[in-house]
Design a protein around this ligand. Sequence first.
Ligand code: SF4
Length: 502
Amino acid sequence: MDRRTFLKLTTVSLAGLSPLAKLELLHAKGISAEQLGTSAPAKGFVLPRSEAITISLSDLFKVGPGPSSSHTIAPLRIAADFLQALENLPTETIRPAQALEVRLYGSLSATGRGHHTDRAIIAGLLGEKPETCNTSLMDALGDTTKSYSATIQGKKFTIHHGMIVWDVVEHNLPFANTMVMRLLAADGSSLFEREYYSTGGGFFQWKGQPPAQRGKPLYQYNSMESFRRILTDHGKTLDEVMLANEMAIMGVDAATVMTRLDLIIATMENSVKQGLAEEGLIPAPFEFHRKAKLIYEKSLGEESASRFMKQLSSYALAVSEGNACGRLAVTAPTLGSAGTMPAVLHMMKHHLNMPQEALRSGLLAGGLVGFLCKTNASVAGAEVGCQGEIGVASAMAAAMLAHASGADIDTTEVAATMALEHHLGMSCDPVGGFVLIPCIERNAFGAVKAYNSYLIASTELTSQHWEDLDRVIAAMLQTGQALPAAFRETGAGGLGSSMVNC
Ligand code: SF4
C-alpha cells in the first residue's frame, strides 16, 4: 500500500482507541494487520475548520511597525477601527462622552508593554495607520507621562497611557488576546464599546462583526490536498490559482496584485539592508546588542560553507533587530517571525540571482502555506506557541524557495512540510515579554531550517516522503492546544521564566 492510500484510509482519529479497536477499525476499512506492519503510526487527523479560504495576500503580508503583529499592528488597527466607529456614532451618543478606556486581557496584558501595545493604541487613536506609521512618533509615545489630544466629531478627548487598563491574564473570553475599547460618560458608564480579538499576524475581529464584504475565491480549497486537486482537475499552476483567487477576493486586476507583491518584496529587502547597516543597542530595559552587521562583516572573510550560513543568519537577524526597534517590517506570517522569509528572499535575489518574476512566484507559494496554517491552525504565539510563528515562517520560506527554484508541487509541499514539522512543540516564551530573546535568533534558525528543508526535499524521492502538509498543520494545532498558557506568549514559562528567575 502506498503512502497516500494509507493516509486516506486512516483519515479518522484513532486517538483513545485500544490497540484491538484500532485494528478492528482499520480492518473494517480494508487494511489488514499484515499491510499495516507492526510499526504503523496511529493518525489523529483533525479535519480543516474552514469551508474555503478567503484570506488575501494583503491580509497575510501586512506592512507595519514592530515589534509584534498581534501586540503592535493589530492593536494599532483596532484603535483606528474604534476611532472610525466613534466617528460614525450618532451625535447624541458622543455629546455626553468624557473619556476613552481600553482594557487588555490575556497575553496582551501580560506582555503588551514589551510589545509597545500601549504606544500602538495611542497611535491608532491619533489617526496613524500601520503602513504609513510614523516610527519616530512610536518612539516618542514610549514616554508614559505625556498626554495627547484627539478630536472626534468636533469634540476633544485626552489620549494618554492612564486610559489603558492592564487587566487579567487568565480569562474565559473566546480569544487569548482580547481588547475591550469603551467610550465613557462622566460617571464612568459605557456609552459605546467593542470587544476586539487580536487573532495573530495583525488580524483582528470584533464580537458581533458582520462577515467582511469581499469577493468569493474563484477556486475553493481549504487544505493542501484540495488545492492540489484544483491544480490537477483544472490543469492550472500554483501561480495561476493564487493570482486568480487574489483578484477575485480583492476585486482587483493582475497588475494591482503584482504591484502589491513588489511592495512586499521591496519592504522585505529594505528591512534586510537597513538592519545590516545599523549597530549598537536595541531599546530594552536590559542591555541587548545588535549583531547582524558584525556577523555579516565577519562572514566576508570565511570559507564558503560558513559564509553562507552566517550571511543567511545575518539577514534574518537584521530584520528582526530592526523589528525590535519598531522599524517597518512585513508580517510573514507575524512580526515576531518577520526575519525568516526576507532572509531567504534576500539569498534568492542576491546569491541565486533570481529575477523579480521568480520572487513573486515564491511569495505566492509562501502565501499559500501561510493561508493553510492560519486557516486550519493558527499563526499566533498566544494560541499555539512559537511553532505557529517561526515554524510557519520557516514553512512559508521553504515553499517560496522551492517554488521559485522551479520545483514541482510535490517538492514544494514536502519542503514546507519538513520545515513546519521540525518546529512542532516549540513554545512561545519571550523574556520579559520583549520580542528579543529568543525571538530574534529564532528567525535565523527558521531561515536555516527553511533552506535545509528545500535542499532535502529537492534531493530525496518525494514519492517516498511520509508526512504531508495538512497532517503536520493538524499536529501543530493539536500540540498548540495542549500547551499550557505559560508557554503561549505570557512570558511566564520557559526562557521567560528561567532567564528572569535565575
Ligand atoms: S517566542 Fe516566537 S512566538 Fe513568541 S513572541 Fe517570540 S517569535 Fe513570537
